[in-house]
Design a protein around this ligand. Structure first.
Ligand SMILES: N[C@@H](CCC(=O)N[C@@H](CS)C(=O)NCC(=O)O)C(=O)O
Length: 222
Protein backbone atom coordinates (compact mmCIF):
# COMPACT_ATOMS: atom_id res chain seq x y z
CA UNK A 1 0.00 0.00 0.00
CA UNK A 2 1.66 3.24 -1.04
CA UNK A 3 -0.99 5.78 -0.03
CA UNK A 4 -1.79 6.64 3.61
CA UNK A 5 -4.47 9.06 4.76
CA UNK A 6 -3.98 10.59 8.22
CA UNK A 7 -6.97 12.06 10.02
CA UNK A 8 -10.22 11.33 11.83
CA UNK A 9 -12.98 9.71 9.74
CA UNK A 10 -15.50 12.23 11.06
CA UNK A 11 -13.75 15.17 9.40
CA UNK A 12 -15.48 16.29 6.19
CA UNK A 13 -12.03 17.03 4.73
CA UNK A 14 -10.75 13.53 5.47
CA UNK A 15 -13.97 12.12 4.01
CA UNK A 16 -13.47 14.19 0.84
CA UNK A 17 -10.07 12.59 0.29
CA UNK A 18 -11.35 9.08 1.07
CA UNK A 19 -14.28 9.47 -1.33
CA UNK A 20 -11.93 10.68 -4.09
CA UNK A 21 -9.67 7.66 -3.46
CA UNK A 22 -12.69 5.33 -3.55
CA UNK A 23 -14.08 6.88 -6.75
CA UNK A 24 -10.68 6.41 -8.39
CA UNK A 25 -10.46 2.82 -7.10
CA UNK A 26 -7.19 3.50 -5.25
CA UNK A 27 -6.33 1.34 -2.22
CA UNK A 28 -4.95 3.16 0.80
CA UNK A 29 -4.24 2.84 4.48
CA UNK A 30 -6.09 5.04 6.92
CA UNK A 31 -4.54 6.18 10.18
CA UNK A 32 -6.85 7.93 12.64
CA UNK A 33 -5.41 11.20 14.00
CA UNK A 34 -7.29 13.36 16.48
CA UNK A 35 -6.47 16.94 15.36
CA UNK A 36 -7.08 18.24 18.86
CA UNK A 37 -4.45 15.92 20.39
CA UNK A 38 -2.08 14.98 17.56
CA UNK A 39 1.13 13.01 18.15
CA UNK A 40 4.35 15.08 17.97
CA UNK A 41 5.44 13.56 14.64
CA UNK A 42 2.19 14.67 13.01
CA UNK A 43 2.99 18.37 13.44
CA UNK A 44 6.07 17.84 11.27
CA UNK A 45 3.91 16.76 8.34
CA UNK A 46 1.02 19.15 9.04
CA UNK A 47 2.36 22.66 9.66
CA UNK A 48 -1.14 23.99 10.48
CA UNK A 49 -1.81 20.96 12.76
CA UNK A 50 -4.83 20.09 10.65
CA UNK A 51 -6.16 16.93 9.11
CA UNK A 52 -6.01 15.40 6.54
CA UNK A 53 -2.48 14.67 5.36
CA UNK A 54 -1.69 12.17 2.59
CA UNK A 55 1.56 10.23 2.33
CA UNK A 56 2.57 8.76 -1.03
CA UNK A 57 5.35 6.24 -0.29
CA UNK A 58 5.90 5.81 -4.04
CA UNK A 59 7.56 9.21 -4.04
CA UNK A 60 10.90 10.24 -2.57
CA UNK A 61 10.70 12.19 0.67
CA UNK A 62 9.28 14.67 1.40
CA UNK A 63 6.25 12.69 0.28
CA UNK A 64 3.50 14.07 2.52
CA UNK A 65 0.81 16.53 1.42
CA UNK A 66 -1.41 18.52 3.79
CA UNK A 67 -4.83 20.04 2.98
CA UNK A 68 -7.71 18.14 1.36
CA UNK A 69 -7.91 20.42 -1.69
CA UNK A 70 -4.19 20.09 -2.39
CA UNK A 71 -4.41 16.32 -1.87
CA UNK A 72 -7.41 15.95 -4.23
CA UNK A 73 -5.65 18.03 -6.88
CA UNK A 74 -2.55 15.84 -6.49
CA UNK A 75 -4.58 12.63 -6.81
CA UNK A 76 -6.31 13.97 -9.93
CA UNK A 77 -2.95 14.78 -11.55
CA UNK A 78 -1.33 11.48 -10.64
CA UNK A 79 -4.40 9.28 -11.23
CA UNK A 80 -6.53 11.10 -13.82
CA UNK A 81 -9.14 8.32 -14.29
CA UNK A 82 -12.00 8.71 -13.76
CA UNK A 83 -11.69 12.49 -13.92
CA UNK A 84 -13.19 14.28 -10.91
CA UNK A 85 -12.26 17.75 -12.12
CA UNK A 86 -13.91 18.81 -15.41
CA UNK A 87 -11.49 19.35 -18.28
CA UNK A 88 -13.19 22.46 -19.76
CA UNK A 89 -11.77 25.55 -18.01
CA UNK A 90 -15.15 27.14 -17.20
CA UNK A 91 -16.62 23.89 -15.86
CA UNK A 92 -13.47 23.25 -13.86
CA UNK A 93 -13.70 26.74 -12.36
CA UNK A 94 -17.32 26.10 -11.35
CA UNK A 95 -16.39 22.78 -9.74
CA UNK A 96 -13.50 24.33 -7.79
CA UNK A 97 -15.85 27.13 -6.71
CA UNK A 98 -18.30 24.66 -5.17
CA UNK A 99 -15.40 22.87 -3.47
CA UNK A 100 -14.27 26.22 -2.04
CA UNK A 101 -17.84 27.09 -1.01
CA UNK A 102 -18.17 23.78 0.85
CA UNK A 103 -14.77 24.03 2.54
CA UNK A 104 -15.30 27.61 3.76
CA UNK A 105 -18.90 28.84 3.92
CA UNK A 106 -20.52 25.48 4.70
CA UNK A 107 -17.73 24.39 7.02
CA UNK A 108 -17.92 27.59 9.06
CA UNK A 109 -21.60 26.90 9.80
CA UNK A 110 -21.82 23.12 9.96
CA UNK A 111 -18.43 22.76 11.70
CA UNK A 112 -18.26 25.02 14.77
CA UNK A 113 -21.97 25.89 14.80
CA UNK A 114 -23.41 22.37 14.73
CA UNK A 115 -21.06 19.36 14.49
CA UNK A 116 -18.62 20.69 17.07
CA UNK A 117 -21.45 21.51 19.49
CA UNK A 118 -23.44 18.29 19.10
CA UNK A 119 -20.72 15.69 18.47
CA UNK A 120 -17.17 16.88 19.20
CA UNK A 121 -18.08 18.47 22.54
CA UNK A 122 -19.77 15.25 23.61
CA UNK A 123 -16.64 13.28 22.69
CA UNK A 124 -14.72 15.73 24.89
CA UNK A 125 -17.18 15.23 27.75
CA UNK A 126 -18.60 18.75 27.42
CA UNK A 127 -22.19 19.94 27.05
CA UNK A 128 -23.69 21.15 23.78
CA UNK A 129 -24.71 24.81 23.69
CA UNK A 130 -28.06 24.51 21.90
CA UNK A 131 -28.32 28.32 21.55
CA UNK A 132 -25.32 28.20 19.16
CA UNK A 133 -26.99 25.35 17.25
CA UNK A 134 -30.25 27.33 17.02
CA UNK A 135 -28.49 30.29 15.34
CA UNK A 136 -26.80 27.93 12.87
CA UNK A 137 -30.04 26.13 12.00
CA UNK A 138 -32.28 29.18 12.02
CA UNK A 139 -30.07 31.86 10.45
CA UNK A 140 -26.89 30.55 8.86
CA UNK A 141 -27.78 27.31 7.11
CA UNK A 142 -31.04 28.34 5.37
CA UNK A 143 -29.15 30.83 3.15
CA UNK A 144 -26.69 28.08 2.19
CA UNK A 145 -29.41 25.52 1.54
CA UNK A 146 -31.42 28.02 -0.56
CA UNK A 147 -28.34 28.59 -2.73
CA UNK A 148 -27.72 24.85 -3.15
CA UNK A 149 -31.41 24.13 -3.81
CA UNK A 150 -31.19 26.36 -6.90
CA UNK A 151 -27.80 24.97 -7.93
CA UNK A 152 -29.03 21.35 -8.05
CA UNK A 153 -32.52 22.02 -9.44
CA UNK A 154 -33.33 19.30 -12.01
CA UNK A 155 -29.68 18.29 -12.03
CA UNK A 156 -28.04 14.99 -11.09
CA UNK A 157 -24.67 16.67 -10.53
CA UNK A 158 -23.64 20.23 -9.71
CA UNK A 159 -21.38 20.70 -12.74
CA UNK A 160 -21.82 18.90 -16.07
CA UNK A 161 -23.30 15.42 -16.22
CA UNK A 162 -20.83 13.41 -14.16
CA UNK A 163 -19.69 13.37 -10.55
CA UNK A 164 -17.05 15.98 -9.76
CA UNK A 165 -15.15 17.38 -6.81
CA UNK A 166 -18.04 19.85 -6.47
CA UNK A 167 -20.50 17.07 -5.54
CA UNK A 168 -17.99 15.30 -3.32
CA UNK A 169 -17.11 18.43 -1.31
CA UNK A 170 -20.71 19.63 -0.86
CA UNK A 171 -22.07 16.17 -0.01
CA UNK A 172 -19.24 15.58 2.49
CA UNK A 173 -20.37 18.63 4.45
CA UNK A 174 -23.98 17.40 4.35
CA UNK A 175 -22.83 14.12 5.94
CA UNK A 176 -21.62 16.08 8.98
CA UNK A 177 -24.98 17.89 9.09
CA UNK A 178 -26.69 14.48 9.29
CA UNK A 179 -24.19 13.03 11.77
CA UNK A 180 -25.22 15.94 14.02
CA UNK A 181 -28.75 14.45 14.01
CA UNK A 182 -30.26 16.97 11.58
CA UNK A 183 -32.26 16.36 8.40
CA UNK A 184 -32.94 18.75 5.53
CA UNK A 185 -36.52 20.03 5.45
CA UNK A 186 -37.91 18.26 2.37
CA UNK A 187 -40.73 20.78 2.01
CA UNK A 188 -38.37 23.73 1.75
CA UNK A 189 -35.41 22.05 -0.03
CA UNK A 190 -36.86 19.08 -1.97
CA UNK A 191 -34.26 19.23 -4.75
CA UNK A 192 -31.37 19.29 -2.29
CA UNK A 193 -32.86 16.32 -0.41
CA UNK A 194 -33.12 14.31 -3.66
CA UNK A 195 -29.63 15.28 -4.80
CA UNK A 196 -27.98 14.66 -1.43
CA UNK A 197 -29.58 11.21 -1.02
CA UNK A 198 -28.36 10.16 -4.49
CA UNK A 199 -24.77 11.29 -3.90
CA UNK A 200 -24.67 9.75 -0.42
CA UNK A 201 -25.94 6.44 -1.86
CA UNK A 202 -22.80 6.01 -3.97
CA UNK A 203 -20.56 3.15 -2.74
CA UNK A 204 -17.69 5.63 -2.29
CA UNK A 205 -19.74 7.50 0.32
CA UNK A 206 -21.51 4.48 1.81
CA UNK A 207 -18.31 2.74 2.91
CA UNK A 208 -17.12 5.82 4.84
CA UNK A 209 -20.56 6.75 6.22
CA UNK A 210 -21.21 3.21 7.53
CA UNK A 211 -17.87 3.18 9.37
CA UNK A 212 -18.52 6.66 10.81
CA UNK A 213 -22.03 5.73 12.01
CA UNK A 214 -20.66 2.64 13.79
CA UNK A 215 -18.13 4.85 15.56
CA UNK A 216 -20.79 7.38 16.58
CA UNK A 217 -23.12 4.64 17.83
CA UNK A 218 -20.33 3.16 19.97
CA UNK A 219 -19.66 6.62 21.43
CA UNK A 220 -23.35 7.16 22.21
CA UNK A 221 -23.58 3.78 23.93
CA UNK A 222 -20.42 4.43 26.02
N1 LIG B 1 -8.40 23.59 4.42
C1 LIG B 1 -8.14 22.40 5.20
C2 LIG B 1 -9.02 22.39 6.43
C3 LIG B 1 -8.69 21.23 7.35
C4 LIG B 1 -9.33 21.39 8.72
O1 LIG B 1 -9.73 22.49 9.14
N2 LIG B 1 -9.44 20.25 9.43
C5 LIG B 1 -9.95 20.31 10.78
C6 LIG B 1 -10.74 19.06 11.12
S1 LIG B 1 -12.28 18.98 10.25
C7 LIG B 1 -8.78 20.35 11.75
O2 LIG B 1 -7.78 19.70 11.54
N3 LIG B 1 -8.93 21.13 12.83
C8 LIG B 1 -7.94 21.22 13.87
C9 LIG B 1 -7.48 22.62 14.08
O3 LIG B 1 -7.84 23.53 13.30
O4 LIG B 1 -6.71 22.80 15.03
C10 LIG B 1 -8.37 21.16 4.32
O5 LIG B 1 -9.10 21.26 3.34
O6 LIG B 1 -7.78 20.12 4.62
Amino acid sequence: MTLTVYGSSLSPFVRKVRVVLAEKGLPYEHQQINPFAPPDWFVEISPLKRIPVLRDSDEAEPNTIPDSSVICDYLENKYPEPPLYPRAPIARAHAVWFEEYADTQMMQSIGPGLFFERIVKRLMGRDCDESVVAVTLGEKLPVIFDYLENAVREREFLVGDTLSIADIAIACMLVNFEHARERLDRNRWPELVRYSAAIHARPSFQSSIAEERRFLERQRAA
